[in-house]
Design a protein around this ligand. Sequence first.
Ligand code: NDP
Length: 297
Amino acid sequence: MNTPAPIKLIDGKAAAARVIAEVKTQVAAMKNQGIAPALTVILVGQDPASQVYVRNKVLRAEECGIRSEEHRLPADTSEATLLALIGELNADASVHGILVQLPLPAHIDETRVLQAIDPLKDVDGFHAENVGGLSQGRDVLTPCTPAGCMRLLEDSMGDLSGKHAVVIGRSNIVGKPMAALLLKAHCTVTVVHSRSANLKELCRQADIVVAAVGRPRLVDADWLKPGAVVIDVGINRITEGERSRLVGDVDFDSALPKVAAITPVPGGVGPMTIAFLMKNTLTAARLQQEAPCPSIS
Ligand code: NDP
């Protein structure tokens, strides 16, 4: 009798549906206590991809019972106007999460804008206070994509303690916070990037590979240790013949026979990112209830 092959595909859609179900239940419980979690998304300009992302975030929030609001500002909005809006939203106790959709137009300083968001409302986890808190191993609002990757890894492998993880990419939104989360989970972490030597050899030593590069199918079976678990964050649109399709940073077909588990693209990390935005909005609402009232001087 043939033994069934173990399930290798990490189903991000199913995992995200479980996170959304948890959030829905907790939002309902919070509403029973008189608190209605609310998310505000700000979009500056008409970038088509950003418009789709914002729409999806708002729709997913509504599905969770989270009150959501969009501010669509013209591309020539001044930095001062944007900062003033963020200031108003910071002061509005009925708004729990503030997300500024990136990228911003070139005339606006992204860092200054992200730093203007109240760290307790920073549902993207990009404020320096949250970045610092994460690197100290504290429980803070954490970037959604790496947080989603961690849930997929823990669902698939259980305790990650002592595993060697290689993170390919060192961006502020994925690579660096991913490395910090893996360290927090007691992994041995190697971060590699475009200037790293011996990339393939380093990857071959990894029990866990997280690819967040933006290079279609950079990582193939030859880069992977047998039995590794692979999280493919990359989203790359390629054209094959007359067809255009999305692929990850990992060559899925070559990697699949060799790995213990792998995320597909699409349907892997992507759905988790938005699910963790909902989770972060709920966490932000909780943190704001727990925060001491500002003193009146
Ligand atoms: P960035 O472009 O900000 O960072 C890419 C990183 O990859 C950099 O650190 C860069 O190195 C490194 N890199 C580039 N080329 C190579 C190479 N040949 N070898 C090794 N390292 C290399 O991208 P992001 O982190 O924002 O995103 C990465 C990918 O993840 C993209 O495809 C993006 O679309 C996707 N993404 C998916 C999300 C999801 O929800 N699924 C969410 C966010 C991103 P260096 O620092 O030296 O330049």
